[in-house]
Design a protein around this ligand. Structure first.
Ligand code: ZN
Length: 316
């Protein structure tokens, strides 16, 4: 969610960001994206889950929906805050990493959202919700903790996509036996993804596209993003995909808790750089804005899930 990458999980190609179109030249997006969602195996997986849950499954419809998930959110967001989104093109796909960024492209803003982010956030939500909602034995808690830590390490592995598939298969039991958690996990992921898209829109709107990334521009983008996010939430009833429930307005803050966990796991500390503030600083700013905007349910959910995530991610 920086102009470069918020995952702190540096891949070799991520330093290639420093492009400039000051000379008016046309700059190609730096990555060739592939559509991650849906792969044949992920469709087969969904079909199997639907079958086990005795739910109808339309393979083509599912494929079409997941292929354009961020695009559908983006369309809804644009319908609410059109004045902030002029000159922005959204691209969804996968570079096999956890990232979202903006780039100048043919004098426009090119916002890229990696499909991995959605899957990653949804998976963490699911595990943390399980811990919060059910009494777990020591053995179950150790297993949940191991899964959470592996999700936090996934971007360091050689093939995140493959590792994601392995983890998804291992955690399948939770899908099947506790399917009632899925709508909540999904509602939280939707809110998180909308916040990410609003964050990138904010960078563009605030003119960050032609500036070097800095901690203050990140915090500035978060602040506007949260305001835009609340505007989208206000229009929940007339939107098809970008539906933010009143109980999930704290989800962006919870995502910062996850990103802090990611920093701790991948870098050993939640440290900022000249470009990025530490996740804890972004978290503190969102909590501050939440003081006047979160409902009691939203606040309680944040407090509980933050606690459970920290137990699972830091537990021995
Ligand atoms: Zn950013």
């Amino acid at each position: 969610m920086n102009q470069e990458d918020d995952s702190k999980a540096k891949r070799p190609d991520q330093s290639v960001h420093s492009v400039s179109n000051n000379d008016g030249s046309v700059i190609q997006p730096r990555i060739a994206t592939s559509k991650l969602v849906p792969t044949e195996e992920s469709l087969a997986f969904s079909e199997r889950i639907a079958k086990e849950l005795d739910l109808p499954f339309d393979r083509e419809q599912t494929a079409a929906h997941s292929q354009e998930l961020s695009t559908r959110y983006f369309k809804d967001i644009v319908s609410v805050i059109a004045e902030f989104t002029k000159g922005i093109t959204l691209e969804q796909g996968s570079t096999n990493s956890l990232e979202a960024f903006i780039e100048p492209y043919q004098s426009e803003g090119w916002v890229f959202i990696d499909d991995h982010l959605d899957i990653w956030l949804f998976s963490l939500n699911k595990l943390v919700l399980f811990k919060a909602c059910y009494h777990t034995t020591d053995e179950e808690e150790a297993q949940l903790s191991e899964w959470v830590k592996r999700y936090l390490s996934i971007s360091m592995t050689e093939d995140p996509h493959q590792n994601n598939l392995v983890l998804r298969e291992e955690t399948r039991k939770l899908f099947i036996n506790y399917a009632n958690l899925l709508p909540v996990a999904n509602a939280m992921s939707v809110s998180m993804m909308i916040f990410i898209i609003c964050h990138e829109i904010s960078h563009h709107y605030l003119g960050h596209l032609n500036q070097a990334a800095s901690p203050s521009s990140e915090l500035e983008a978060d602040k506007l993003a949260y305001e835009l996010f609340l505007k989208v939430a206000e229009h929940k009833d007339r939107l098809k995909s970008a539906q933010i429930d009143e109980s999930t307005t704290s989800a962006p803050a919870l995502m910062m808790v996850y990103l802090r966990g990611l920093s701790l796991k991948t870098l050993g500390a939640d440290i900022g750089t000249t470009q990025h503030p530490p996740a804890s600083e972004r978290l503190a700013a969102l909590i501050e804005m939440g003081k006047t905007t979160w409902s009691d349910t939203s606040r309680e959910r944040f407090t509980e899930l933050k606690l459970q995530f920290e137990k699972l991610s830091l537990g021995e």
